[in-house]
Design a protein. Structure first.
Ligand SMILES: Cc1ncc(COP(=O)(O)O)c(C=O)c1O
Length: 350
């Protein structure tokens, strides 16, 4: 590698002539994008849904840059962090040749996105003791891979990964692989993002989402924060007009200062509820252990996971079954709900 992180990208993607979407110039009237000139009947939206939205909408990119404390040139917005994961795998992994590293048990889409692209998946399990990173094994595997996915706080185990360990991985793989750090649940941990370390580690990529702490999963808005080179490359392959106009408007409205203050207060309420649920579950006869959590869910090892699930369903409540996943035998993941939902679940399982 000669020094640019782009040397890790697929050569054919680097050479790709990107799709030329219709020029975005709000000062001019649009007769260049084969749109209808009239709105659909009843369309009261700001921009009019007859018009294609702005690619990488400037106001939205600025808002996410402000929210996550990153320069605008280092921000890419997409349809959830799922889209960012997909774009990374497609831009960096050649089918049948390149690999990604994952650290199970972890978020399932990393593996699926890699497999869809035809990339190999190297699994370096988290250590049994506290689901910590097996740092040296991740570094060894990373030397044979293009992308290393780390998730902190990790889904479904709920724990943060050690900051020093993650930075050690970035440092050791500086010229060999991108380290993709998924911070989907970071707001619940009250810890600073590693986005502040991007200048030191050009191979670091951070993923954030509005789907969790900001209560906007239905809007589908994820943010990738990385070096300008990586953001520039991904802009070349993200589908044209990726973000729907309605999402742009809703997200801009729902991430203003009052909404941000309300989201922060809700996080406080959720964390207090998480503690109540944890304490009750620890006393439950059907619970072996509740794993420590820095996220908005709890991973619970049951004596009889089936009975727990059935009790929840009888109260009209679904929790996530991981009991047949490797290393998560008899485990369920409970997303903390409203106080009423939590109490109904606790009453049902008792
Ligand atoms: C760790 C992690 N990353 C990413 C996602 C996907 O988030 P988004 O809604 O932004 O696509 C999830 C969703 O559950 C997740 O748990």
């Amino acid at each position: 590698m000669t020094g640019s992180v782009l040397d890790l990208a697929r050569p054919d993607i680097l050479e790709l002539q990107p799709y030329q979407h219709a020029a975005w110039d709000p000062a001019l009237e649009r007769m260049h994008a084969n749109e209808m000139p009239w709105r659909a009947q009843g369309d009261n939206t700001r921009a009019g849904l007859n018009r294609y939205p702005e690619p990488q909408p400037k106001a939205l990119v600025e808002r996410m840059a402000q929210l996550y404390g990153a320069p605008v040139q280092q921000v890419l917005v997409g349809r959830g962090s799922d889209e960012a994961i997909d774009l990374l795998v497609r831009a960096f992994c050649r089918a049948g040749q390149d690999s990604v590293v994952i650290t199970p048990p972890t978020f399932g889409f990393y593996k699926v996105a890699a497999r869809i692209q035809g990339a190999d998946v190297i699994e370096v399990p988290l250590l049994r003791d506290g689901f910590r990173l097996d740092t040296s094994a991740v570094i060894d595997a990373g030397r044979r891979a293009k992308l290393v996915f780390l998730c902190s706080p990790n889904n479904p185990t709920g724990n943060l990964l050690g900051e020093e360990a993650m930075l050690q991985v970035c440092c050791a793989l500086a010229r060999q692989a991108l380290v993709v750090l998924d911070e989907a649940y970071l707001e619940f941990a009250g810890r600073p993002s590693l986005a502040g370390r991007l200048a030191e580690f050009p191979n670091l990529v951070i993923l954030r989402t509005l789907s969790k702490a900001y209560a906007l999963a239905g809007a589908r808005l994820g943010t990738l924060i990385a070096s300008e080179e990586i953001v520039g490359l991904l802009k070349r392959i993200i589908p044209p007009y990726a973000i729907p106009a309605s999402t742009v408007d809703e997200v801009l409205n729902l991430t203003e200062a009052p909404q941000r203050a309300s989201a922060a207060a809700r996080i406080g309420t959720l964390l207090a509820e998480r503690e109540v649920v944890r304490q009750h579950l620890e006393r439950s006869r059907n619970v072996v252990s509740v794993h420590p959590s820095d996220a908005n869910f709890l991973l619970v090892e049951c004596r009889d996971a089936y009975a727990f699930l059935a009790a929840g369903k009888s109260a009209g409540l679904l929790v996530r079954d991981f009991s047949s996943a490797p290393r998560l035998t008899r485990c369920l993941r409970i997303s903390i709900g409203t106080p009423d939902q939590n109490r109904r679940l606790l009453a049902a399982v008792e």
